[in-house]
Design a protein around this ligand. Structure first.
Ligand SMILES: [Zn+2]
Ligand SMILES: [Zn+2]
Length: 303
């Protein structure tokens, strides 16, 4: 008998949550990378699967190996393929360690890999595109950890000027009066590895139309495991779904111990029926594939 071929791993999960593609790989302890091409952004980098290279910014949530291991490779490949210097945004408390890791490679490779590291203080922001800001929100995971939210800064005419004609508005503006206010609209929120906490109830999370959330544990008997590891459990997600207004909540970072079927069952048991259509599992390839096929059918019907 022939020996078996090695099983193929590293298949990217994919969801189309208009207007965003959410693609990546996320298994607790193995690797987590979630790439949103439309934002030119990846949350964590896992083992740096090839498609994630095109993200010009990587927002690292914390320093655990499964989230950060691919970072030097990311910087190196972007340089090798002439894709421009990659940028890593991270919690200010791990910036030096990341810099040290990059410096370590210089001795090994006998060359300097171009890289950019942007330390963020909690509530600090970094502009990833014009008027699109990445804000770090301190999380609680036993090590320095960030949740992130992407916000669109949109200028809006103040209400009291709504009926004023354009020419007059220009005059008022030239005279130095502020005629607009800047709205901060959350567009995507990302929990990173974290335990339950007030930071997940902040307005940025409550108002984000898309939340990508870790949910490491689903089984009843794993409730204590979630507490010890400072992770979220499906019971936490059930609670958060009553607070978050998100149209789509994408669960990631599921433990390898849990099968997709078990996760689906736990979701059906714990989540209110009216919330079921809001919840997706990034690595549920089968469900996501048929969801995508339906999206395509709807698009074809509309044409
Ligand atoms: Zn992790
Ligand atoms: Zn972790």
């Amino acid at each position: 008998m022939l020996p078996r071929r090695p099983f193929s791993s590293g298949k990217l999960g994919f969801l189309y949550v208009p207007p965003y593609r959410i693609q990546g790989i996320s298994v607790a302890g193995e690797q987590t990378v979630v790439h949103i091409p439309e934002l030119d952004l990846a949350f964590d980098i896992g083992l740096c699967p090839r498609p994630a290279l095109s993200a010009s910014v990587v927002a690292i949530t914390h320093g655990h190996m499964d989230h950060v291991a691919g970072l030097p490779y990311y910087f190196s490949q972007r340089s090798f393929q002439k894709m421009g210097v990659g940028t890593c945004v991270c919690h200010e408390e791990i910036a030096e360690a990341i810099q040290n890791m990059m410096s370590g490679w210089v001795g090994l490779e006998q060359q300097n890999t171009p890289h950019k590291i942007v330390p963020l203080a909690p509530n600090g922001e970094y502009e990833i595109k014009p008027n699109i800001m990445l804000r770090g929100i301190e999380a609680d995971h036993g090590v320095p950890a960030m949740s992130y939210v992407v916000l669109e800064y949109r200028k809006k005419l103040l209400e009291k000027f709504h009926d004023v004609p354009q020419s007059k508005l220009r005059e008022i503006k030239l005279a130095g009066t502020e005629i607009t206010q800047t709205l901060q609209l959350p567009i995507v929120a990302f929990t990173g590895d974290t335990e339950m906490g007030d930071h997940l109830c902040r307005q940025e999370f409550v108002r984000a139309p898309v939340v990508i959330s870790e949910c490491t544990f689903f089984e009843k008997e794993h409730r204590s495991r979630a507490l010890v590891g400072k992770h979220l459990h499906i019971d936490d997600i059930a609670e958060l779904l009553t607070i978050w207004g998100a149209r789509d909540v994408v669960l990631i970072h599921m433990s390898r111990r849990t099968t997709i079927e078990q996760a689906r069952e736990a979701i059906a048991e714990k989540i209110r029926p009216s919330d079921m259509s809001r919840v997706h599992i990034l690595m549920d390839h089968q469900t996501n594939r048929s969801r995508y096929e339906k999206q395509m059918e709807l698009l074809c019907d509309g044409e």
